[in-house]
Each structure stands twice: as structure tokens, then as C-alpha cells.
Design a protein around this ligand. Structure first.
Ligand SMILES: Cc1cc2nc3c(=O)[nH]c(=O)nc-3n(C[C@H](O)[C@H](O)[C@H](O)COP(=O)(O)O)c2cc1C
Ligand SMILES: C=C(O[C@@H]1CC(C(=O)O)=C[C@@H](OP(=O)(O)O)[C@H]1O)C(=O)O
Length: 388
């Protein structure tokens, strides 16, 4: 399974083609749109989200509600394009709106030099995280596929700036976590902490600044044996890190409680076997992956998100036309994107897990994959002495 996306932030639309989705998977368009909405809302978003109302248009690969096994094409229109038609004209250059002042923290500077552009807009249009809407549509399909095999993914915000929620991978309720994350627009679990974080975001907004934080992704029901230890580019932890790190503004990825483990002795952090079907390990500091292979425990990924770079009180910049240090510029921006980035994280994790699941239990139709999976499940039960 693979996908490509195309589209500029203020262009006509975003597009994606997902290839390798097996035939016979039931697709619910409303579910895709629901996922797109989850990415759009979230405390700390700016004015652009008041313009956009992301909706997926299925172009190909799905008929009568089921996948055909052919490439799936999806289109998401940019409502804001109406306001940018002339600037984004594919044929005429719009001289009056050329951007020559790179914003620190964006691809603006390095991108303009790398691609020989005089107009930084050529960089920022594609480097923009607007593209992540297309990824979320892909993720909705991956999640639909995974749910057929009892695999579920959730995310929540663990920290905004210095305000931290506490999370214990060894002792938490999946249902409570999921419900709390979904019932709030900052996706934090502790109500008091969330209140404090919102106040901090409001303050940053007032002062023309931005905030970062962390989100956590959890995947439950992942079978033993996705990924592999046999080659560097097949390790599941490496594949997941790559995918999560590709999200704009994510600057760090941690699998399980790696930082905690690095500061503690081995006997405290390696997950001893307990042996029961409902509690096979005593702890899950490894976050469900050992040696690059899923071990049947909940997969845990933590992502570190930087404060978004466009500031209402912009930093000094180097004008690439005038070739001198000057004042930066500001149009509009989000103030905090940690909750939205978490939803994109779910999509990327879902894609990697679906792809690796298909690598292991491959088939052209869902029925074939189901058969392969059931056979393997029986084998695992037998190996571990469990009753099915
Ligand atoms: C959903 C989402 C929305 C974002 N919105 C903004 C924004 O409004 N303003 C901004 O400066 N950066 C925003 N970013 C982050 C930038 O796209 C990102 O920091 C920039 O492209 C540089 O990439 P890097 O941070 O990965 O190095 C957003 C990121 C995400 C995931
Ligand atoms: C459009 C989205 O996010 C955009 C991501 C983004 C950036 O620099 O990454 C900058 C902003 O774009 P604009 O300058 O048009 O307001 C965000 O709104 C989106 O998430 O759908």
C-alpha cells in the first residue's frame, strides 16, 4: 500500500491516490469527512479554519460503497482558493504579491535557495501543513481497514508548552482516555490542566506568539509480528518514526517510554512476562515494539511538536531580493496545532500499520486477508497455549 498527495495550500484542491487497498473493504464517506473535521477543529487554530470545510470527494476506486482494489482517488477542495485565484494562476505570474522575506522555522529560506525561486510563495504553498488534510483522508481508509481486524488507534494531547497531563502506559483505561480526548477541543485528558493550557494559548495569541507541546498515539489490537528485525528498513519502530516525523512541526518521536527507560536501570524498564492472555506482560515500557517487531501489546508513540513558526509579531528576516536584514511579515496563522497534529499522527500511524498488516497477511480481496489473519491467530493461540 502506498499513497501520494498533490496540491498547494491556496490552490484549487488537494488530491491523493492510494494504491494497494484490497477489494471488498466497506468505505463510509461520512466517516472520512468526520476524520477531516477532527483535524480542522482544535483550540488554537487560526482564521483559515473558519474558511475551510474539508470534504472528501471520491474520484475513483470505490463503487457501491466497496473498494475495487484499484487506486483510490480522493479530492478535497480548498475553499480559500476563490480568494487566491490570481495569485495561484497556473499561467500568469502575479508580480505584486511576490514573497521575498523568509519566515524562520519554515521551509521558506532553504526551499527558495534549493529550488532557485525568487518568490518564496512557490515553497510555502506546498510546505504548508494544509497537505495533511489529504493524509487524514488516507488515514480514514487505513483505519477502516484496520478496524476490520479489531485494531484501533487513538490520540490525545499530553502537553502544551509546560502544562503536562500525566499518563501511565502501565495503568490506564482505553475507553476513558478515548472519550475524554474526543469530548474536548484541546484533546487533553485532565480538565484542570486543559483549562490552564487554554489560558496559556489565549495569552500567546494575545501576545502574537505560538505554543508547542506533545501528543501521544496508542494502537490497540495490533497482532504480534508486524515489521521485522531482519533489515533496518523493515523495523516497525523505524517505519512509524519516519511517518510521524514527516508531519510538519513534529520534531521528535519516542516509542514507548524511551526517555524514562534511558534514565532508569534495565531491571526496572524491561517488560517482564506475566503470561496471561489478558495480561501477558507486567508492564509496557517498550510501547508494543521489541527489535522492530510488534509484540502484541499496545503500541505507544509520543510526538514532540514545536511552536508553529509564523508569528503575529514576526522575527527579523533576511530579504532575499534586497539582500539585507529587515522586518518580517505576517498574514495569518494558527497559534497552537498540537491537537490537529495528533489527528494527522493517527492517520500516519494507521497507514503504516495497515501497510505492514497487508505485507504480512496479504491478499487481493478482504476475504483472503481475513483467512490469512484467522489462520495466523489460531497459530499464535496454539503457540501460547491460549483457548480461542
Ligand atoms: C495541522 C497543522 C497546521 C499548521 N498550521 C501552521 C500555521 O498556521 N502557521 C505556521 O507557521 N505553521 C503551521 N504549521 C507548522 C508548519 O507547517 C511547519 O512548522 C513548517 O512547515 C516547517 O516544518 P517543520 O516544522 O517540520 O520543520 C502547522 C502544522 C500542522 C500539522
Ligand atoms: C490550511 C491549513 O493549515 C495551514 C497550515 C499553515 C502552514 O504554514 O503549515 C499555515 C496556515 O495557512 P494560511 O496561511 O492559509 O492560514 C494554516 O491555516 C490546514 O491545516 O488545513
Amino acid at each position: 500500500m502506498r499513497f501520494l498527495t498533490s496540491g498547494e495550500s491556496h490552490g484549487k484542491a488537494l488530491m491523493t491516490i492510494i494504491e494497494g487497498v484490497p477489494a471488498g473493504l466497506r468505505i463510509n464517506l461520512e466517516y472520512i469527512n468526520q476524520e477531516l473535521r477532527r483535524r480542522q477543529v482544535g483550540y488554537g487554530r487560526g482564521k483559515r479554519m473558519e474558511i475551510e470545510k474539508d470534504e472528501a470527494e471520491i474520484i475513483s476506486g470505490i463503487r457501491g460503497g466497496y473498494t475495487l482494489g484499484t487506486p483510490i482517488g480522493i479530492l478535497i477542495k480548498n475553499r480559500d482558493w476563490e480568494n487566491w485565484k490570481s495569485v495561484m494562476d497556473p499561467e500568469k505570474i502575479f508580480e505584486e504579491r511576490i514573497v521575498t522575506k523568509p519566515r524562520s522555522g519554515h521551509a521558506d529560506f532553504a526551499g527558495a535557495i534549493k529550488y532557485h525561486f525568487e518568490d518564496i510563495r512557490n515553497v510555502l504553498e506546498r510546505a504548508s501543513a494544509r497537505e495533511t488534510a489529504a493524509r487524514v483522508a488516507v488515514g480514514a481508509i487505513a483505519k477502516t481497514f484496520l478496524s476490520e481486524f479489531g485494531i484501533e488507534i487513538i490520540s490525545f494531547v499530553e502537553a502544551i508548552d509546560g502544562i503536562e497531563d500525566s499518563f501511565d502506559i502501565n495503568n490506564f483505561s482505553w475507553d476513558i482516555l478515548k472519550k475524554k480526548a474526543e469530548s474536548s477541543d484541546l484533546r487533553m485528558i485532565d480538565e484542570e490542566k486543559e483549562k490552564q493550557a487554554k489560558e496559556l494559548i489565549d495569552k500567546a495569541k494575545e501576545e502574537g506568539d505560538t505554543l508547542g507541546g506533545r501528543f501521544i498515539l496508542l494502537a490497540k489490537g495490533v497482532p504480534i509480528g508486524l515489521g521485522s528485525y531482519v533489515h533496518w528498513d523493515r523495523r516497525l519502530d523505524a517505519l512509524i518514526s519516519y511517518a510521524i516525523m514527516s508531519i510538519p512541526s513534529v520534531k521528535g518521536v519516542e516509542i514507548g517510554e524511551a526517555l524514562y527507560a534511558s534514565m532508569n536501570i534495565g531491571s526496572k524498564v524491561h517488560d517482564e512476562f506475566y503470561g496471561e492472555k489478558d495480561r501477558f506482560r507486567k508492564t509496557n515500557y517498550a510501547g508494543g515494539i521489541e527489535g522492530g517487531v510488534s509484540n502484541g501489546e499496545i503500541i505507544m508513540v509520543r510526538a514532540i511538536v514545536k511552536p508553529v513558526p509564523t508569528l503575529r509579531r514576526p522575527l527579523k528576516t533576511f530579504d532575499i531580493k534586497e539582500k539585507k536584514i529587515t522586518e518580517g511579515y505576517y498574514e495569518r496563522s494558527d497559534f497552537c496545532v498540537v491537537p490537529a497534529a495528533g489527528v494527522v499522527g493517527e492517520a500516519m500511524l494507521a497507514f503504516i500499520l495497515a501497510r505492514e498488516f497487508l505485507n504480512k497477511f496479504s491478499g487481493d480481496h478482504m476475504e483472503e486477508i481475513r483467512e490469512n489473519f484467522e489462520k495466523y491467530k489460531n497459530y499464535v493461540y496454539e503457540r501460547l497455549g491460549w483457548k480461542s
